[in-house]
Design a binder for this molecule. Sequence first.
Ligand code: HEM
Length: 455
Amino acid sequence: MSSPNPAPRFPSSSPQRGLRGRWSDDRFTLEWMVIAVITCGMAVVAPKILLQPLWTPIHAVALGVVSNGIFQWSWFFSRGLLHFPLTGIARYSTFVRIVVLNAGVVALFVAMWTGSVPAALLATVLICGAGIHQGTVLAVEAHRYKENRYAPMVRYYAVAFFFFVVTCLVGGLLSYEMMASDVPAWIVSHADGIAVAHSVVGIGGWAGVTILGTVVTLGLSMLHARQDGRALGSARAALPLFVAAVLVAAIGGVAGLPLMVACGSALFLLAAIWGILTPLWCSFGLRKRSSHAVWPLLAGLVWTVLLVGVFTVESAVAADVSSLRNVVIDQLGVFLAAGIGQIFVASLEYLVPVAIGGGPTVQRVGDVAVSFLWPVRLSLRNAALAVLVLGGNDARTFLLVIVVVSYALDLGLVGCAAIRQLRAKKAKLEAKTIAKARKMTKMGSGEETTEGSDD
Ligand code: HEM
């Protein structure tokens, strides 16, 4: 077992796993990012030719990009924080889980496009199976290493996986309600409330809890700041508040009580400000060597706080859950693009070079590529989002195109950085192997000469 308080050290692709390694699993997320950019772009400019024009882009982002990313990165972080070994089934299970998850997501898209209830149920089972497995492994490891001061952060991931399974089961119920011919009356009459609960648990409990648990350590790493014991302590204390907040809001949704949704949302916001963001803010601005990714991360966090605040007020004044569902659908795009999307891209821009690894010189190749013109990309996206939110309806399509293009650029640069860094890493490994082989040959011929002289 590891020492109780090791520093977080994020593992890069190990030479044993070669250049495939974890990077090949990460490609699923990058491929889903391409699909998400295409489907979001189509939803903006040509919604008529997109099947399920609302559901498809939402789930290309929520299930394709966000969920793949969380499966992959929560595993990466948990290993980096707890240093648990990849032995036995844990050695291979990451890849198997990611494949099962993606088989389920693809089956779900086919189900939703063709209206097949059995395919939707199969998809839900596969997706939940992958979630239950990873959540259980992380909960067990967090318990096994409970003396480690980072164990509470891994507990964040275990809790998030619990919410993932809940939201997917509720999503399965919604798809049954949408597509089956003989649906019980109580499901139909509660459909709007169930949809609100699905969104709240998916966005708050799954994406939200994961992000908040991650920014405690990731934010400080990006800032090159010391891992502050108080930040970890308050994050640990805030976790039960997040669980309570998501449950209150979800139950409020199903029960048809928007005010209860508002209470859950307000509790979530206060817990996030008190438990996570204030300690992070205290470390902000102190370091000179911070990564550029701090800025999109900060932008994403500020937008998230503002938009959750607005959602809380809107829930409190909503007449019923049906109008609240419309609020969710109306604001979801901006929430994903301004909040979760920017936090996600910031994490990728910081972590992909770290994850590919290869030593400081090789890592710099990735860092340089990924930070190309970052202030321009960041300001353009945030200016477009701000104008959009402040009522730029006349130029809505134009502004949305700017946002989608800025994400496409981010994505292209992450891919380009990864390819360049992998090449540099490969070249370095080959150079090392050649040097080693030369050394061995020299030693061999040296021995022969010695033997010969003995003769
Ligand atoms: C097995 C997994 C899932 C299934 C079967 C599923 C299914 C559904 C269905 C059927 C709807 C209603 C669409 C409509 O009424 O037009 C929906 C909406 C939605 N889903 Fe999912 N979903 C799943 C996972 C997720 C996850 C993981 C998230 C979030 C991270 C998510 C976020 C949303 C959101 C935000 C909406 C819009 C809410 C609304 O229609 O009012 N879903 N989903």
